[in-house]
Design a protein around this ligand. Structure first.
Ligand SMILES: O=C(O)c1ccccc1N[C@@H]1O[C@H](COP(=O)(O)O)[C@@H](O)[C@H]1O
Length: 206
């Protein structure tokens, strides 16, 4: 099966359209105010309203209140939820949308146990671990630590870019890859040529 691609941290319409033109399957919008990639919900709403059909939109939250999540879902009509904090399974499944859960690869994490805990998720995203930072670090982790027998579709994230994504796909064989910093010119601003190179590497690895 072809590896799906999510490009995260979209804050501008031109970046969204460039990602779609290059073949991305999903676009991520960061609704975590401390992030340099935070996008105002009204801006996300305007971008999403101008997207062509058959592109999945993803809202990224970090330990936000259910009221705020529901408000943003209502405003933007986003398709899928990405929870990147310490949310519980009960919290994640209370919304009227499918979700996937990000798990950061701390030294003591049990990925198989996390898969079982988040059985209601559509997938498990694995990201690098840096203490005190919920994600978007631009750092990769040791892919040898990923168990081969996961019960959920695996979304591989963390420090992916045009130079390592083909190796990541051939070694890990994830359902999808998720990239943010690796296709940027500056935080929150995507680089069209990096997106194209990234997508070409994914295509070659498939
Ligand atoms: O992008 C952010 O600023 C961010 C903030 C808080 C949580 C997650 C965030 N991004 C996600 O982190 C991973 C890895 O990003 P990168 O490619 O290493 O830059 C990815 O899933 C982003 O969606």
């Amino acid at each position: 099966m072809r590896t799906r691609v999510k490009i995260c941290g979209i804050t501008r319409l031109e970046d969204a359209l460039a990602a779609i033109e290059a073949g991305a399957d999903a676009l991520g919008f960061v609704f975590y105010p401390p992030s340099p990639r935070y996008v105002d919900p009204a801006v996300a709403e305007a971008i999403i309203a101008q997207l062509p059909p058959f592109v999945t939109t993803v809202a990224l939250f970090v330990d936000d209140s259910p009221e705020q999540v529901n408000a943003i879902l209502g405003q933007t009509g986003i398709d899928l939820l990405q929870f990147h904090g310490d949310e519980s399974p009960a919290y994640c499944q209370q919304f009227n949308r499918p979700y996937f859960k990000a798990v950061r690869m701390s030294p003591d994490i049990d990925v198989i146990a996390e898969c079982k805990r988040f059985a209601s998720a559509r997938g498990l995203l694995l990201d690098a671990y840096r203490p005190g930072v919920p994600g978007g670090t631009g750092e990769a982790f040791n892919w040898d630590r990923i168990p081969s027998d996961l019960e959920l579709p695996l979304i591989l994230a963390g420090g992916l870019d045009q130079n390592n994504v083909a190796k990541a796909i051939s070694q890990v064989k994830p359902y999808a890859v998720d990239v943010s910093g690796g296709v940027e010119m500056a935080k929150g601003r995507k680089d069209c040529s990096k997106i194209i190179s990234f997508m070409n590497e994914v295509a070659c690895a498939n």
